[in-house]
Every structure is written in C-alpha cells, then in structure tokens.
Design a protein around this ligand. Structure first.
Ligand SMILES: N[C@@H](CCC[C@H](N)C(=O)O)C(=O)O
Length: 290
C-alpha cells in the first residue's frame, strides 16, 4: 500500500487516530498548521478497508486560519473540520464527524470547550459541540426541507423529500410494508441529477415503536454520497428528524433515530435550534508506513 506522497522534507509517515460515531468511522489526521496536502487518491487509500486503515471518511484537523476553506467560513472557531468522503471527495458537513472531531480535539488537549461548548468550523459554517459524558451534542445547521423527489433501488421507486443540512439529503419514508432490511444498498440508489447536481445522500426511514421519553422514533438506513452504505449518518439523521417532525405536525420535539450502528437523537428546541446527539468514540492511534 502506498500512503500519502511526501508533501515536504521527504516525510511519508502520517500519525492518525481512528474513531467513530455510532459506527460511522473516520481516520483523523492532525495537521494543526496546514502542512499536509491530502489528495483524493491518498484519502481513498487511507479509507480502503482491505488495503488501508479503513473508514467512511477522513477528518483533517487543521487550524481555521491555516486552511483556505476554513478561513473562508469562520474566523470565530479556532479549528476547521476538513472532511473528505471515502472516495476522496469533499463534503460540506458531517454530523458524526463533528462529534468525533470534537472528541479528538478535547482528548488530545488541542481545545477546551467554553461554557457554551466548542465552536467547530465546517464548510457549511460554524457549529457548536457540547460534551455530555459519552455523548456529544451539536447545534447543527437548520435543515431546509425544500422539494419532493424520488429515489430508486433496483426496480423500486420511493417518494422522498429533499433536505439541505449544509450537505444534500433525500429522505424517503417507507410505507406499505416495505421493510428496511429488504433494501439493496450495495448499489447507489438512483436520484434526480437535475435536482441534486452535486450528488446526494439518500436516507430510507421507517416509523418504529414509540419509546418513552422521545416524541418520535424511527429507524433508518443510509447510502452516503462518496462513501456507500454506512452504519450511521448524523446529518442524515437530522434530515430524517426534520421530515418526521414536519410530517407529525410538530414544531419542536426530540426524535430518536435508530441506525445500524446505534441511536442518534435529533431535537428541535423552543429556541429554534436543531441538535444532533450521540456517542463519539476514539478507538486507536497509529502511524502509516511510507
Ligand atoms: N456521515 C456524515 C456525512 C458525510 C458527508 C456525506 N457523505 C456527503 O457527501 O454529504 C454525517 O454523519 O453527517
């Protein structure tokens, strides 16, 4: 396997941390001063589950001021989450990524949250993460539910709703006895490329048994743009929560969204803030071999 090419001074080894949020897993690369250039091919090599470390994406941890994309979105957050999908493509937002990124910043001593939490810059703007024991809760961008569309898997067509969470989503709520496990997500679902010009993350969701303490309960599977089917998608859960609250005629509430990797909580509060909460775990440190 070839790990990232030398970027300066012949350095070919990269220190990394592996982490996940409800099974949505990431390789974190600490690059505080923006010295590293990660090409799409290098990201794909790191994320390769057979020939690399294996992950759904890479989180490059860089000071906002040291990255052109970071500097463009935020002067008031010290750290920028440079998120890349497993195929090397860039995405604007990653809800689970922000939570794992925050866990890394705090665990490694690079940042200390203030009373209101820790601001993190993303390509979709600044979000604020609040640590609550094993869980990290993030004040996410307001999801914008904006158009009807459809997704296809094999011969099946599902009605869906487009939701912008900073990154694009298409939420299909299943009816008529279609069961989540029956969907074939080994192949990318079809979608309308005229509506989603930069691709889309497709969520399939179904109502689940009510649980005490939550206003709504759904289960979801997701096919992520640039990564394929993943065990969880935080921004996808946010999109599903927004559609579910809207469909239920509720302006506020907490939605439990079960994903194959665990449970995420989406809350729309009385102050019109949208929150995503769930576990964020670091599992290993390592170093690539040149
Ligand atoms: N898994 C992430 C979303 C990652 C980006 C997505 N694949 C895209 O291309 O928009 C999450 O937790 O939100």
């Amino acid at each position: 396997m070839r790990f990232p090419e030398p970027t300066s001074g012949g350095e070919t080894q990269i220190k990394f941390t592996k982490g996940h949020g409800t099974g949505n897993d990431f390789v974190l690369v600490s690059d505080p001063d923006g010295a590293l250039t990660l090409t799409p091919a290098q990201v794909a090599a790191l994320c390769d589950r057979r020939f690399g470390i294996g992950a759904d994406g890479v989180l490059r941890v860089v000071r906002t001021a040291k990255d052109p994309d970071g500097a463009a979105v935020a002067a008031d957050a010290e750290w920028f989450m440079d998120y890349r999908n497993a195929d090397g493509s860039i995405a604007e937002m990653c809800g689970n990524g922000v939570r794992v990124f925050t866990r890394f910043l705090v665990s490694s001593g690079l940042a200390t949250p203030g009373p209101a939490g820790l601001p993190v810059a993303t390509r979709a703007g600044v979000v604020v993460a609040v640590l609550e024991g094993d869980s990290i809760r993030v004040n996410m961008p307001t999801p914008r539910v904006y158009a009807a569309s459809t997704a296809t898997t094999g011969p099946l067509t599902f009605p869906g709703i487009a939701v912008d969470c900073g990154n694009p989503h298409l939420v299909c709520v299943l009816h008529d006895g279609v069961e989540l496990p029956s969907l074939d997500l080994t192949v990318a679902p079809g979608f309308d490329p005229a509506l989603f010009r930069s691709g889309v993350n497709v969520e399939f969701a179904v109502a689940a048994e009510p649980i005490e303490g939550f206003d709504l309960h759904l289960a979801m599977r997701v096919y992520e743009r640039g990564s394929g089917e993943t065990l969880s998608c935080g921004s996808g859960a946010l999109a599903v929560g927004a559609v579910a609250l809207r469909d239920a005629g509720r302006s506020t509430g907490t939605v439990a969204v079960d994903v194959p990797g665990g449970r995420l909580l989406v809350t729309h509060d009385a102050d019109d803030r949208w929150w995503l909460a769930g576990p964020a775990v670091l599992v290993a440190n390592g170093e690539t071999l040149g």
